[in-house]
Design a protein around this ligand. Structure first.
Ligand SMILES: [Zn+2]
Ligand SMILES: [Zn+2]
Ligand SMILES: [Zn+2]
Length: 254
């Protein structure tokens, strides 16, 4: 749904070649994804553009929500989850996250911590700790903590029961732990934080992400959370085989 870094691309008041590019693949809303696993609809993070992303991608269903961490670019769209509380019949939407994520939700959206919306059309969240392994009739979602500066991000591994296919989403991290690499093995598709060319204290840059992709040896790796320093066509040619740039609106059928 979104593949941009926290400032988005175009960035405010920037006239660089990427920010002024006519190629829609150089226009990046803030990062979040929607996963459909054997008919189960799971939203991971809610970017500030979440409402616009839902309209663009025609998202009409959500069974639960996972917040990877409490940074503004992943949490600020959560009020717009209210529509999915309506669509669930006026009940609270289940939200899985970490302690850090819960504390941020409690401080930003205290009005939404309720069993059902206070009034029709309001948001209501039922907060639950994301387990290491969430067993569902449609498959399994595993989680692992990824270092992201002073906090940890939830890395997520989706395994669909009917197809046996595995999809991995490791956004917003400085490096992958041994456990994260092991859990990502044999995935059909892995998504990694790739940010930019220059090193960054809390994100992997392109070089670090390519090294992580090689360590996992996934057949297809998509880089996300990209800044305005990454021109789509230019960088697509420079990346190693099997490593690709993601873009807003990208749909993957595993
Ligand atoms: Zn972020
Ligand atoms: Zn720019
Ligand atoms: Zn972050």
């Amino acid at each position: 749904m979104g593949t941009g870094t926290s400032q988005g691309v175009p960035m405010i008041a920037c006239n660089c070649a990427v920010c002024t590019s006519a190629d829609p693949r150089n226009h990046r809303t803030r990062s979040c994804i929607h996963v459909v696993m054997d008919g189960l609809h799971i939203q991971v993070d809610a970017a500030p553009e979440f409402r616009l992303q839902c309209l663009r991608e025609k998202i009409t269903q959500m069974d639960f929500f996972i917040l990877t961490h409490g940074h503004a670019d992943h949490i600020n769209g959560m009020d717009d989850l209210r529509r999915f509380c309506d669509l669930l019949g006026g009940t609270a939407l289940t939200v899985y996250t970490t302690d850090e994520g819960m504390n941020r939700i409690l401080s930003i959206f205290p009005y939404a911590i309720a069993e059902r919306p206070v009034s029709p059309g309001y948001a209501a969240f039922k907060l639950l700790q994301m387990p290491e392994k969430l067993e569902l009739p449609q498959g399994t979602i595993r989680s692992t903590l990824l270092p992201h500066g002073g906090i940890n991000t939830l890395g997520l591994i989706f395994e669909e029961k009917s197809s046996g296919k595995k999809f991995v989403y490791y956004n917003d991290c400085k490096r992958l732990t041994r456990e994260a690499v092991a859990l990502a093995k044999e995935a059909e598709v892995v998504v990694l934080d790739g940010l930019r060319v220059e090193p960054h204290p809390t994100h992997m840059n392109i070089e670090e992400a390519c090294a992580a992709a090689a360590e996992i040896s996934a057949p297809i790796c998509y880089l996300t959370h990209l800044t305005h320093r990454i021109e789509f066509t230019e960088w697509s040619k420079k990346l190693p085989a099997g490593v690709l740039l993601s873009y807003d609106g990208l749909r993957l059928q595993l």
